[in-house]
Write a protein that binds this ligand. Structure first.
Ligand SMILES: [Zn+2]
Length: 263
């Protein structure tokens, strides 16, 4: 019996990442729709997928993640205009994130939480990089999802999540307020405040601090030199997203290290 149980667990361990990758590819296809439509305030449900150039509806067999793009050789079946490589890349990225989450955490609610969180963060990062904005669907939509999933940790998990969301909101609101007083211009957008509320719901208040620290560090190293030269605003959400993903996976290890470091 025991051997059988171990074998069954082993099989689930091997099959789960594969099934997660397939589900991830489908979700990646939906995330593409969100990335294109949400900044334009369009519905992500209706109308059905259309070619952005000739507006012909895309048949289901031309809408299969990654494969259709390859099969159609990156061109629309109707008008022959090129289809952006962003579509298969996002699908592959989300598939990889889902496979990785279920490989890392096994078949568990932790894996589901990690995969959903990563998908939301990817949507935020791509949209912020392209349009300098973070749609509410990811943030105000993601925050209740994070709180709901925190119930996997029982009452304590729920408390950590709710406090995390509150700290994320208040801290970023405070920074934005202080920035405006000091620099006399908007230093941080409302999108960043809502984003950190959502992030807090997933990683707790310690995670909010680590994400902010990591995001600021990344932003300083990578982007400030570019920004100063180009005089362009920083899409801070990109760095916060990377730091939030790191925090979700490695946060506990970092807090432990920090505690021993202090003592
Ligand atoms: Zn077309």
């Amino acid at each position: 019996m025991q051997v059988e149980a171990v074998e069954a667990a082993g099989a689930a361990g091997a099959v789960a990442p594969l099934a997660a990758a397939l589900l991830g590819a489908l979700l990646g296809s939906f995330l593409n729709v969100c990335i294109v439509r949400l900044p334009l305030d369009q519905s992500v449900v209706r109308p059905r997928s259309r070619c952005p150039r000739c507006h012909n509806q895309i048949a289901w067999y031309d809408n299969i993640p990654v494969l259709s793009w390859l099969w159609l050789r990156a061109r629309c079946r109707h008008c022959g205009q090129p289809i952006s490589i962003q579509y298969p890349l996002i699908e592959l990225a989300v598939a990889a994130l889902w496979a990785l989450a279920f490989r890392w955490y096994g078949l568990s609610l932790d894996a589901l939480t990690a995969a959903l969180f990563a998908t939301i963060l990817l949507g935020i990062a791509v949209t912020d990089a392209r349009h300098m904005l973070i749609p509410n669907e990811y943030t105000w939509g993601g925050a209740p999802l994070g709180i709901l999933l925190s119930l996997r940790g029982g009452y304590r998990g729920l408390l950590v999540s709710a406090v995390g969301a509150a700290v994320g909101f208040l801290l970023l609101y405070g920074i934005a307020w202080a920035g405006e007083k000091i620099f006399k211009e908007e230093a941080m957008g409302g999108g960043d405040i809502k984003m950190m509320t959502m992030v807090g719901a997933f990683v707790g208040w310690k995670g909010v601090l680590l994400t902010l620290f990591g995001g600021a560090l990344l932003g300083t190293i990578v982007f400030i030199p570019l920004t100063v030269r180009r005089k362009r605003l920083v899409p801070f959400g990109v760095f916060l997203a990377a730091a939030a993903a790191f925090t979700f996976v490695f946060g506990d290890a970092v807090y432990r290290w920090y505690q021993t470091f202090l003592m």
